[in-house]
Design a protein around this ligand. Structure first.
Ligand SMILES: [Zn+2]
Length: 226
């Protein structure tokens, strides 16, 4: 099972496809006829992949992709669709090839219209944590006092009194701090009510942090905001 998230045109009708799969994590394929009249390959929807795993190259041989129609709403629900774009752009930057992550697969395939705002926050948070980048939102890294509103730097979060030399990435306002503090406690985060406005504010913090790591713009976030 996997999700195609990127197709790069190659000669003729062929393409290089990037997928996230349940059993192999991020993986690449060479697809001979990716853009034919038969319909081509759908992105951002889970399905079953028929392929040959190659040992001597990163490019595996692709035979067929059958979408699982129970996930059709991934393509039909625009809120889900654009958040998947965002999450996969981040996966593409932060995940190594073939590092299996079944928990991420579970998060990706559990998105629904009901949880879509929490999905984006929790999944981006999980990816950061999994990649070794996450920090403690509750206490200042310098004076260790509880944070009401914070200042995010590449090294962690300061309270408003402590930032001296580190360069600021962005501020974290009071109203979203309660959400950030519960991210480490999934049970509690699940029970919170999260508005789209708060979701955007939190995503904005995560995305600025990731852009700082990668030195690149996360383009799909601009599209999502629009
Ligand atoms: Zn402090």
């Amino acid at each position: 099972m996997g999700i195609v998230y990127k197709l790069i045109n190659y000669a003729d009708n062929s393409a290089i496809a990037c997928l996230f799969t349940k059993d192999f994590g991020k993986i690449k394929f060479f697809i001979n006829k990716a853009f034919t009249s038969k319909g081509g390959i759908h992105k951002f929807i889970p399905g079953e992949i028929d392929f040959l795993k190659k040992d001597n190259t990163d490019l595996n041989k692709f035979y067929a992709f059958h979408i699982d129609i129970k996930y059709m709403y991934f393509l039909e629900n625009i809120d889900i669709y654009y958040r998947l774009h965002l999450v996969f752009e981040i996966i593409d930057y932060l995940y190594e090839l073939e590092s299996k992550d079944v928990f991420l697969w579970k998060l990706l395939t559990n998105v629904s219209s009901k949880n879509v705002h929490k999905f984006s926050i929790y999944t981006v948070y999980y990816i950061l944590k999994h990649s070794g980048y996450i920090f403690d939102f509750s206490h200042c890294i310098k004076c260790n006092s509880p944070i009401k509103e914070g200042i995010l730097t590449a090294n962690g979060i300061y309270c408003s009194n402590c930032l001296i030399n580190d360069s600021k990435i962005t501020s974290i306002s009071k109203d979203i701090m309660p959400y950030l503090k519960t991210l480490n406690e999934p049970g509690k985060f699940k029970d919170l009510i999260l508005t789209e406005g708060s979701e955007q504010k939190i995503l904005n913090i995560f995305i600025k942090y990731i852009e700082n790591i990668c030195g690149k713009k996360i383009k799909s976030f601009e599209i999502l905001k629009r």
